[in-house]
Design a protein around this ligand. Structure first.
Ligand SMILES: Nc1ncnc2c1ncn2[C@@H]1O[C@H](COP(=O)(O)OP(=O)(O)O)[C@@H](O)[C@H]1O
Ligand SMILES: O=P(O)(O)OC[C@H]1O[C@@](CO)(OP(=O)(O)O)[C@@H](O)[C@@H]1O
Length: 756
């Protein structure tokens, strides 16, 4: 749209330099939303808009933009103006949709929009019809500056998913901030104010609830499993109780029983000093240009992680050396993971086929939290990943109630006992990798070089180690973390006196601080003050390969700002009613009622959340479901489109069974991997949703995702930490909102059912 050359001599209006600067700094685009009220069709004349720049026809009425009917008498048009636009003059006109004449242009001077501000008085649109009859229609013109980076943030997501809609007349990005007059009298008014009224229980499988201490869900010592003392990681944690309101509580009795178990001593002690020299260090911050490091997202927001890559930093490259021995060995979840990851795993050096992420950091620095989150992400992407928490091994071997003295650097028994359990956990992790496991997350303080050397020695020739150090210098956050630890950690489950627990943990921290040696060796990622809200930094050293690159990218985008993510399917579609899959049908009458109810719900639930946004697919049924929601930007993502059912698109399951029995059978056998002819599989859907997950992690404001059954199953599985094979079978009912609450203790779920 550039320098929209205006014919209006007064159009050289400019805002103050300061305002311009502010707008430029916002880096945003302008979302212009025009509405015309009470226009009832007059012959085949449809309201249009044309104006001074090519986007609105350059004053050529044949290229005017048609407004779309939003309701019986309300017409709407939204478009996006790039930030550098000068002035936009425009006028409303009435014209047949596919004919150029007759063309009736509104009376009066041009309307003028300068740098986001409408000049002159707001006035109705006056049209002089044949015989000099004058018709007057009320119009609303609204321009909102919204950062496009908040909308479709990563360049990758933008390139891959932010495609033009196939739906005629519906803008890809729109904002309608003016509540529809009379909206409160629509069907939505039937939704009572009390949202709690609509709460229904969440399924009892939400294993990653913020109420559950992540360490409890990690692996158990093999020796115990083999001895039949414990079952496996899932079974060995605490007993969970699920309540009607979706809350979860931990049965401490179970924890205690587990702690009482003592194992025969299978421990071996490992030592060594195989230190790997540091090759290059890169620091990432947002100050560099986006295109200077492909694949890494740059956040322009205040208080977001900073990402800078120094010239000396290693690029994330693929090592494609051919290893004939493993040519045919496919990774466990082949097909789920990106081709580059498969190539790395199959063709890279032998030890690189297994990756150990070894956490480093003082207590209460978010190591277990980060390890659990990374495990969830990698598993969801299809990488066989396990989380080994040395604290859990320690508790099982030495009991949960060790005092701070146990952790003193000058307590030889304590040191030996701690190294012993660390070696046991590492041993288990390597054994698991040799059975085919891909990524092991080794979660302990690992705060001294000597310990890290031991681990590197154990890993030699077996797996590649990347240290992941979490550093936090914000005293307030450390204080909050300590308090959370006393509440959550099984170490203090038996301590009834909070203050006594607090003092003991502080002493433990002191003991660690005295001997702490930051990582300077090998390959590493350092997360420094990433959750302080003041920026933060990620430093990487000697990192290469597809998977390490994805891990860095993921960590850069995660944070702890609490916010809800609301997931919902579109309202019932006409195809849903007829049992047809895919397609691009409109909503049924029931679906339309849901759209109104949803708008009402969103209005109430996100009343004070001005920065929230609504994400839809590019298919009509989601866009129409979002259409009644006002006051938030709406973004269409192609990645949110329903699973592509290829040649079966538009058929009923019955028709597929009858006409393509083999296809029907194959899907029944393996719904996760089955790919519709010329369409997609669930695994394909998961892959294309990865940028959406990264973007949901990155967002600090609430997001409402209105999408489809298969897509929402995949998204939900990420948050609920559900295994890949369950994804195609997860229940995803219509007319229900799943609220995922992201916060400092992890992820929690709540459900609202708005209609039966
Ligand atoms: N990068 C981080 N820096 C500081 N605190 C964090 C970070 N990530 C998560 N946290 C917070 O730290 C709390 C305690 O984390 P936890 O993982 O138990 O610590 P650790 O394993 O280091 O002892 C978490 O509940 C979370 O709120
Ligand atoms: O994988 P299955 O269970 O077939 O579910 C996906 C199907 O759900 C449907 C409805 O049957 O999605 P949608 O919610 O978009 O209408 C189909 O369009 C889609 O093919």
């Amino acid at each position: 749209m550039g320098n929209g050359a205006s014919r209006n001599p007064d159009s050289s209006f400019h805002g103050s330099a300061e305002r311009d600067e502010n707008l430029d700094q916002a880096g945003g685009q302008l979302y212009v939303s025009l509405k015309m009220m009470n226009y009832k069709l007059n012959g085949d004349l449809i309201p249009h808009v044309y104006g001074s720049v090519p986007l609105v026809g350059s004053w050529d009425s044949s290229k005017a933009l048609s407004m779309e009917r939003e309701s019986t008498s309300m017409w709407e048009l939204s478009f996006v103006v790039p930030p550098n636009h000068e002035t936009l003059d425009f006028k409303f006109l009435l014209r047949p949709k596919y004919n150029h004449v007759p063309c009736i242009v509104e009376e009066g001077p041009n309307r003028l929009l300068t740098r986001g501000t409408l000049q002159g008085d707001a006035r109705s649109a006056l049209f002089r019809l044949n015989g000099n009859e004058v018709r007057e229609y009320q119009v609303f013109i609204k321009a909102d500056r919204v950062s496009p980076f908040d909308l479709a943030a990563s360049w990758r997501a933008y390139q891959e998913n932010f495609q033009p809609s196939t739906v005629r007349g519906i803008p890809d990005v729109s904002i309608n901030s003016v509540p529809e007059p009379g909206a409160e009298n629509g069907p939505s008014a039937s939704l009572e104010l009390d949202l709690e009224h609509y709460v229904v229980p969440a399924p009892a499988t939400f294993s990653n609830s913020g109420m559950v201490y992540a360490a409890n869900m990690t692996e158990s010592p093999r020796s115990m499993i083999h001895a039949g003392v414990l079952s496996n990681s899932e079974g060995s944690g605490n007993v969970l109780q699920f309540y009607k309101d979706g809350g979860i509580s931990i049965d401490r009795t179970a924890t205690k029983k587990e702690m009482e178990v003592m194992v025969p001593d299978p421990f071996k002690f490992y030592s060594g000093s195989g230190m790997v020299g540091s090759k290059s260090v890169g620091t990432f911050s947002s100050l560099q240009k986006q295109d200077s490091h492909r694949g890494l997202f740059v956040d322009r927001g205040v208080g977001s992680p900073r990402l800078v890559k120094s010239a000396s930093a290693m690029p994330f490259t693929f090592d494609l050396k051919l290893d004939p021995e493993t040519k045919n060995a496919m990774p466990a979840a082949a097909g789920a993971v990106a081709a580059a990851a498969v190539a790395d795993q199959m063709l890279g050096p032998k030890e690189d086929r297994h990756l150990a992420i070894v956490l480093v950091g003082l207590p209460a620095r978010g190591k277990t939290f980060t390890a659990a989150k990374l495990t969830r992400y990698l598993r969801w992407l299809g990488h066989d990943t396990k989380h080994f928490n040395v604290g859990k091994y320690r508790r099982l071997k030495h009991g949960a109630n060790q005092s701070a003295d146990f952790f003193r650097g000058d307590n030889p028994e304590g040191m030996e006992a701690r190294n012993e359990v660390a070696a046991l956990a590492m041993d288990d992790m390597i054994a698991w990798m040799q059975e085919g496991g891909q990524v092991g997350i080794f979660d302990a303080t690992n705060s001294m070089k000597e310990r890290r050397n031991m681990l590197m020695k154990m890993a030699e020739g077996k797996c590649k180690i990347i240290f992941l150090e979490t550093i936090c210098n914000d005293e307030r956050i450390i204080e909050r973390n300590i308090r959370l630890k006393i509440q959550q950690s099984p170490d203090y489950a038996e301590e009834p006196d909070f203050e006594a627990g607090y003092q003991d943990f502080k002493k433990r921290l002191d003991n660690y601080e005295k001997v702490y040696e930051p990582v300077e060796e090998g390959s590493y990622i350092k997360m420094i003050d990433m959750v302080s809200g003041q920026g933060g930094q990620i430093q990487v050293n000697n990192i290469s390969g597809y998977l390490p690159g994805r891990i860095v990218f993921f960590l850069v985008n995660t944070h702890l700002t609490p916010r809800p993510i609301l997931l919902t399917r579109h309202g019932e579609s006409r195809y849903n009613v007829r049992g047809r899959i895919g397609g691009d049908s409109r909503l049924s009458d029931t679906g339309e009622v849901y759209a109104k109810k949803l708008a009402n719900f969103v209005e109430k639930r996100l009343k004070n959340e001005r920065a929230a946004s609504i994400w839809t697919s590019t298919l009509q049924r989601t866009i129409l479901t979002a259409s009644s929601i006002v006051g938030f930007p709406k973004i269409q993502w192609r990645a949110l489109d329903e699973i592509n059912s290829g040649v079966c698109d538009g058929m009923t399951y019955e028709e597929i069974k009858r006409n393509m029995p083999e296809e029907y059978e194959s899907r029944n056998k393996d719904k996760l991997r089955y790919r519709y002819p010329r369409g997609e599989s669930y695994l394909d859907v998961i892959q294309r949703l990865e940028p959406v997950i990264i973007e949901l992690e990155r967002q600090r404001a609430p997001v409402v995702v209105i999408s489809h059954q298969a897509v929402l199953r995949a998204l939900y599985a990420y948050f609920a930490d559900r295994p890949l094979h369950e994804i195609p079978h997860i229940e995803m009912p219509l007319h229900t909102i799943i609220e995922i609450q992201m916060g400092v203790t992890g992820v929690q779920e709540k459900r609202y059912k708005l209609m039966d």
